[in-house]
Design a protein around this ligand. Structure first.
Ligand SMILES: Nc1nc2c(ncn2[C@@H]2O[C@H](COP(=O)(O)OP(=O)(O)OP(=O)(O)O)[C@@H](O)[C@H]2O)c(=O)[nH]1
Ligand SMILES: [Mg+2]
Length: 262
């Protein structure tokens, strides 16, 4: 009992009870490592693995971890529906159980659990914290040039098209406090891949959610296969363009539009 039970009740000081949601699809080589690292780096937070019925048995491995640790849980989903749907289901799971904050984290080790205490500290003064690869003090390790360029270009485009004031709108290492999730109309979200992160950044910004960025050390995955595909990039490009045009049209319709036109 003692320390573990007390810490579990306390969660993160100034933030409350925290759930780390880790979406998985074929992460059998990673799921046990990442869960162990989270439990070590932030013993007071709980973990939910949201698995899309991975053919490689990730879900069964996660069940084994949950059976051995009351702070680890598994959400089994019927099939591969994309990162966005898995996160939305994880957010709903957390809200139903009264968590005060939800963390997004990849299973492949790209998001270091050792950075989590710093992200949670930042959540004391904000409703949404973005672990950023592109802010001062951040590091990106072992990423091929084409991935670096894709991320930089994607973020530049998202910022120009949508005006979201963050350096890493596509990143997937984040903390949302309950107030942020309440402010965003999650039922309207349709994105599946990277676009999901951009969509939530946009909706949060529009809803006036207090956001901060914290530098992270991001590392290329070492085990397992990437789920990144041209389709995921195309979805992000198409959705960002559509939102950007819609926002511009809406702005132009406002009565003071001419006065603000450059
Ligand atoms: N539940 C679920 N998880 C997914 C799905 N697609 C990807 N993921 C998980 O989302 C996280 C990010 O996916 P990655 O394949 O690492 O994507 P990425 O980081 O852009 O690509 P690499 O790191 O280069 O491989 C990982 O934990 C994946 O297992 C999905 O359809 N369902
Ligand atoms: Mg990855």
């Amino acid at each position: 009992m003692g320390v573990t039970a007390d810490r579990r009740t306390v969660g993160h000081p100034g933030v409350g009870r925290v759930l780390v949601v880790i979406p998985t699809y074929n992460e059998a080589d990673n799921v046990d490592r990442i869960v162990a690292r989270v439990r070590e780096a932030a013993p007071a937070v709980d973990v939910l693995v949201a698995d899309d019925n991975s053919p490689d048995g990730t879900g069964a491995i996660a069940d084994g971890l949950a059976g051995a640790d009351p702070q680890v849980h598994v959400l089994h989903r019927p099939g591969k529906e994309g990162l966005g749907a898995a996160y939305l289901a994880g957010f709903a799971w957390a809200r139903q159980r009264g968590y005060d904050a939800v963390v997004e984290m990849d299973a492949d080790g790209s998001h270091a659990p050792e950075d989590l205490p710093a992200l949670l500290d930042a959540a004391r003064g904000a409703d949404m914290v973005i672990g950023s690869r592109w802010t001062r003090g951040a590091r990106v390790l072992n990423w091929p040039l084409r991935r670096l360029l894709l991320s930089r270009a994607g973020n530049l485009y998202a910022r120009l098209a949508l005006g979201v004031p963050v350096s890493d709108a596509t990143g997937g290492y984040r903390v949302y406090r309950a107030a942020a999730l309440d402010a965003i109309d999650l039922a309207s979200v349709r994105s599946q891949g990277y676009a999901f992160q951009v969509e939530l950044s946009r909706l949060a910004h529009r809803a006036g959610v207090r956001m901060v960025e914290v530098p992270i050390t991001f590392a290329e995955r070492e085990h397992g296969d990437s789920k990144m595909s041209p389709l995921i990039v195309a979805e992000a490009l198409w959705r960002i363009t559509t939102w950007g045009l819609r926002d511009r049209r809406a702005a132009a319709r406002r009565p003071d539009a001419l006065a603000r036109w450059p």
